[in-house]
Design a protein around this ligand. Sequence first.
Ligand code: SAH
Ligand code: SF4
Ligand code: F3S
Length: 443
Amino acid sequence: MKTYFVRTFGCQMNKHDSERIAGMLESELGLVEAKTPEVADVVVYNTCAVREGAEERLRGHVSSLKAAKTGDNPNVIIAVGGCIGQRDGEALLSYLPHVDVVFGTHNVGRLPALIASAHETKRTTVEVIDSATDFASDLPSIREHAWHAWLPITVGCNNFCTYCIVPYVRGRERSRQLEDIVTEAEKLVADGVVEVTLLGQNVNSYGRDLYGEPKFAEVLRRVAATGIRRVRFVTSHPKDLSDETIEVMANTPGVCHYLHLPVQSGSNRILESMNRRYTRESYLALVDRLYAAIPDLALSTDIIVGFPGETEEDFEQTLDVVRKSNLDQAFTFLYSPREGTPAATFEGAVPRDVMQQRFDRLITVVQASVYANNQRLVGSVQELLVTGTSRRDPNVITGRTDSNKVVHAPLPAGESAGSLAGRFVSVVIDEAQTWFLSGHFEG
Ligand code: SAH
Ligand code: SF4
Ligand code: F3S
């Protein structure tokens, strides 16, 4: 075994786990990254079970690798882990028989040993455990970008929203010791990281299990105090976002004025059926408090369309909340029943065509809001963290504002894109589209 390839599906937690997987495969097995899965000796799929679509993609990918395994790459070891691995365990082999290693979300650290065992014995190896006590962050890591790091502060979730598989595949919520988080943040700063994203399914409840009360505001304050230039975090459950956290966001240099606050639905009836434990009124009141404290806040959300029992009136309530929330971004999903979750047994399935039609209407309203907000930035000067170059033109850099907006700007004469990546530059915004802004370097 000489080379590996890791393909990641799903959320930021999985992206973080994949960076640890790459780190271990390099440091423990001495592998180097292959350019494509077809030529790699070890291929790892880090999977997501949150919606049916992600599962279909996994099946497609593994099937295409099967061709390589029966053709010119017969010794390739295929490992499947993450949330589908955790959910299905051995049963995964019934529909993906050419997989060699199955692992779960709680034993990422065991992957090198499992791969080595499958390699030596030429036997399929399955290991999935119910829970773990360590954090993947303690493992070595190969970060996708030298300047950005994911920093998990909790794993798992206790909220049991009725549509959601995450509590079943990630387990109960566990917080990491505050000192461990701060120590890791300090190391990252020393390592040249300028932007960190704190991770948890519901960061606002951080610390409840360890300290008897949530301490997320303190995490934010302490991580920002390490001097890191930008601190971001996902995800905030609206029921748990405290006024203290809003105050820290408003007044702490380095904490980005960007908030992902999933609303899921604007109808109280549906919110209750989803077990979200807030109302449209309390969500909108929270949004008002946020804008009052942080006038330049960029707000994003998640919305599920077609939850069982959703009527036209319910859906219009969702459109109404979107119109009133002044959104900068929304991730919109068609409801996807997940076996084992309560909602999968609920009556009142919304017909596919109705769902799709509502989805399209929602997108139109979201886009109008995003476009209007972006237009307001024309003429302003934005500080960008340069993330790379435009796919279409290597002489145009791409970066992100504090508010997480994508900006393109032509490279000034004498600068090379490579040397700017991971650096901060000031750009004047000239033009705004729905999905990106364009500008020129200041000065
Ligand atoms: N912990 C985060 C989100 C985790 S999953 C939170 O509480 O917001 C990311 C998003 O996927 C959710 O916000 C939800 O909008 C969507 N989602 C989860 N389960 C889904 C399902 N069964 N069907 C459609 N969308 C779903
Ligand atoms: Fe899923 Fe709800 Fe937990 Fe988010 S808060 S991970 S949507 S159960
Ligand atoms: Fe998917 Fe697992 Fe994340 S189900 S959204 S990868 S926690």
